[in-house]
Design a protein around this ligand. Structure first.
Ligand code: NDP
Length: 310
């Protein structure tokens, strides 16, 4: 087992790295456990145009590399390991990983969420800059004047579809049922928008293209008919899975698996000294900048907690 750390940050996405920058600047010398996808979801996107401070946009991978360098500059250490289990019973928390166990006074969990995918042909091949996206806010502007498709029928799909109408000529909404799962108000806005074309009872069979997406083939699950729709982009909005399951035995999760926070707090959990930040605790905003914000909050409160408690 390693020596007791002041703060261990689990996850190296936008929330984790911002927490690391803040924690290292207060001389906490944080240890970041990188996790299975170092750099988080942003490394999957192409251009990030909505992160403040980059008027010409920045490549998602470059943004995360910059954040990591900034954290390292102030003394953050990184280990390439994955959390298997945790023990938060005592004041010194234990984070049990594949290679080692890390005891720590405070813990910031920033494990993010993973977008769900359909598993259909073309999805993986065209993901990340070739027409398949999981974030309209990040990539929508690249489809100005074009036709696109959004897959899903929940609030995320509706939000994505509505957002895309700001740029796109036509937005096909591909949903496997004949009614939306989204909230009533959101549904009404979607169905009242002339640019959105709902394709009910439909599932995506294949995403078509040669070097990038040129269309999708969908099947009507009621009458089994198949049609091809020409479109330049396909936005997957079939839900996210928060990466919280390793912590489920000690921390409260909501019905969708996201961390619950202490009443009135953005980042505190029911356990003193254990904080959550970013998409693992946020099903509403899910933006790089909001993740960074909660990462900063968690680090500030972790420092206060350590000073008071130890
Ligand atoms: P949801 O789980 O609510 O919806 C996912 C949608 O994708 C459903 O319509 C589902 O179909 C469909 N789907 C899932 N898997 C597949 C598949 N394999 N093939 C085809 N379709 C599939 O996820 P959301 O991300 O939309 O929302 C998650 C939570 O976040 C919800 O509680 C939502 O209310 C909330 N949210 C709130 C927002 C807000 O308040 N502004 C914005 C965004 C989300 P089916 O209907 O058949 O299950």
């Amino acid at each position: 087992m390693s020596e007791v750390e002041k703060v261990v940050i689990i996850g190296s996405g936008c929330a984790g790295l911002t927490a690391a920058i803040y924690a290292s600047r207060t001389a906490l010398s944080p240890l970041v456990i990188g996790g299975p996808q170092p750099g988080g979801q942003l490394t999957l996107t192409n251009e990030v145009e909505n992160f403040p401070g980059f008027p010409d946009g920045i490549n998602g991978f470059d943004l995360m590399t910059n954040m990591r360098s900034q954290a390292e500059r102030f003394g953050t250490r990184f280990v390439d390991d994955e959390v298997k289990d945790v023990d938060f019973e005592r004041d010194i928390k234990k984070i049990i990983c594949g290679h080692d166990t890390y005891p720590s006074k405070a813990v910031i969990i920033a494990t993010g969420a993973s977008p769900k995918f359909l598993g259909v042909k073309g999805e993986k091949e065209f993901f990340g800059g070739k027409g398949v996206s999981v974030c309209a806010t990040c990539d929508g502007a690249f489809y100005k004047g074009k036709d696109v498709a959004v897959v899903g029928g929940g609030d995320t799909a509706c939000e994505e579809a509505l957002f895309l109408t700001n740029f796109c000529a036509k937005v096909y909404l591909i949903h496997r049922r004949d009614t939306l799962k989204a909230s009533k108000l959101m549904g009404e806005r979607v169905l009242g928008n002339a640019k959105i074309v709902p394709m009910w009872n439909s599932i995506v069979e294949e995403i078509i293209g040669s070097d990038r997406v040129s269309g999708i083939r969908i099947e009507n699950i009621q009458n089994k008919s198949k049609i091809e729709i020409a479109c330049s982009g396909v936005f997957m909005a079939v839900g996210h899975i928060p990466n919280t399951q390793q912590f489920a035995k000690c921390l409260r999760l909501d019905g969708n698996g996201y961390f619950c926070r202490k009443e009135g707090s953005f980042v505190e959990t029911d356990i003193d000294g254990v904080f959550v930040a970013g998409d693992c605790a946020d099903k509403i905003y899910r933006q790089a900048v909001t993740s960074a914000g909660t990462g900063a909050m968690a680090a500030i409160l972790a420092e206060k907690y350590i000073c008071k408690k130890f």
